[in-house]
Write a protein that binds this ligand. Structure first.
Ligand SMILES: NC(=O)c1ccc[n+]([C@@H]2O[C@H](COP(=O)([O-])OP(=O)(O)OC[C@H]3O[C@@H](n4cnc5c(N)ncnc54)[C@H](O)[C@@H]3O)[C@@H](O)[C@H]2O)c1
Length: 263
């Protein structure tokens, strides 16, 4: 196992996913969430097409027809980017979150063009029943994703609708979801296309690499200029990224997850 080798060889291992910004955010995860959020709409539109078992709805519609309804649960990094793309293609958009500040920001940005709703079972059930494309984008830091959409709600969706569960890398937030692969990205359940690839950014490696490199470059420059030890001592957020050191796993949650703290 990779973690064992890092310990065995005494490697100082800095994990992108635990480097923290001053506000407690995860700056090196952000670009990948942005990519996944934007891709969710592109992929959802694709799997709404009839030849993939989709309902045959064009998200933007055409004049004189109803546009498709995109429902996004979670208005964080990925969810906000799904909202932006869905608005861009002309869909009707509803977004739900528990954090009122996130909803207020989207309400201000889109001036009524997007419906913002508090995330609770009644609002979710109502929105999901009318969704052509449902995007799952919730995250509880360092925890498994909560199930916010039940199998019963999925069964109430129109046949040929699509679910893209971005949160699949944390277990997914839809009861009927299980991970899929780039080779076989969708399966149908209750007549609904389910997409749940845990590594969506790999589909657009060029953009993903550019985004990730931009985010990591300042940290690398700091380590080159100051030396690794001084950079870690002076930058608490970068120090939070240290997962292995001196033959041990020094990040408690990671040690718990892999089940050991030294090789
Ligand atoms: N599949 C992929 O390829 C891929 C790529 C990047 C990120 N991700 C995953 O996407 C998920 C979302 O990441 P993010 O960066 O957008 O996280 P984020 O922290 O920026 O946003 C998550 C949002 O979920 C909200 N939330 C929490 N519980 C909720 C609930 N019960 N109902 C509604 N909203 C709720 C939070 O308030 C927050 O606004 C994570 O699991 C992340 O690992 C997956």
């Amino acid at each position: 196992m990779l973690a064992k080798q890092l310990c065995k060889k005494g490697i100082l291992g800095i994990a992108y996913e635990t480097v923290e910004g001053a506000d407690g955010s995860f700056p090196l995860l952000k670009p990948m969430s942005q990519v996944a959020g934007r891709l969710a709409i592109q992929l959802g539109a694709y799997f709404l097409q009839s030849q993939y078992g989709g309902s045959g709805v064009l998200l933007g519609g055409i004049p004189g027809t109803m546009p498709g309804h995109v429902v996004v649960i979670g208005a964080g990094n990925s969810g906000a980017h799904s909202v932006q793309m869905a608005v861009g293609v002309g869909a009707r958009v509803t977004v739900l979150d528990l954090d009122t500040r996130k909803l207020e920001a989207l309400d201000t940005e889109y001036r009524g063009r997007v419906v913002t709703l508090m995330s609770n079972p009644a609002n979710i059930e109502h929105a999901v029943a009318d969704a052509d494309l449902l995007v799952g984008a919730v995250l509880i830091p360092a925890a498994k994703a909560p199930i916010v959409v039940s199998a019963k709600m999925v069964a109430q969706m129109r046949p040929g609708s699509v679910i893209v569960d971005i949160a699949i890398d944390q277990g997914g937030c839809i009861e009927t979801i299980h991970p899929t692969s780039h080779e076989k990205p969708v399966y149908q359940m209750h007549g609904v296309n389910h997409y749940a690839v845990p590594n969506m950014p790999a589909l657009v490696g060029r953009t993903s690499t550019m985004g990730l490199t931009q985010a990591t470059e300042p940290y690398l420059a700091m380590m080159v200029q100051k030396g690794v030890e001084r950079a870690l001592a002076e930058h608490k957020g970068l120090a939070k990224g240290v997962n292995t050191r001196g033959g041990r796993i020094v990040y408690d949650e990671v040690a718990k997850a892999v089940g050991f703290d030294r090789a």
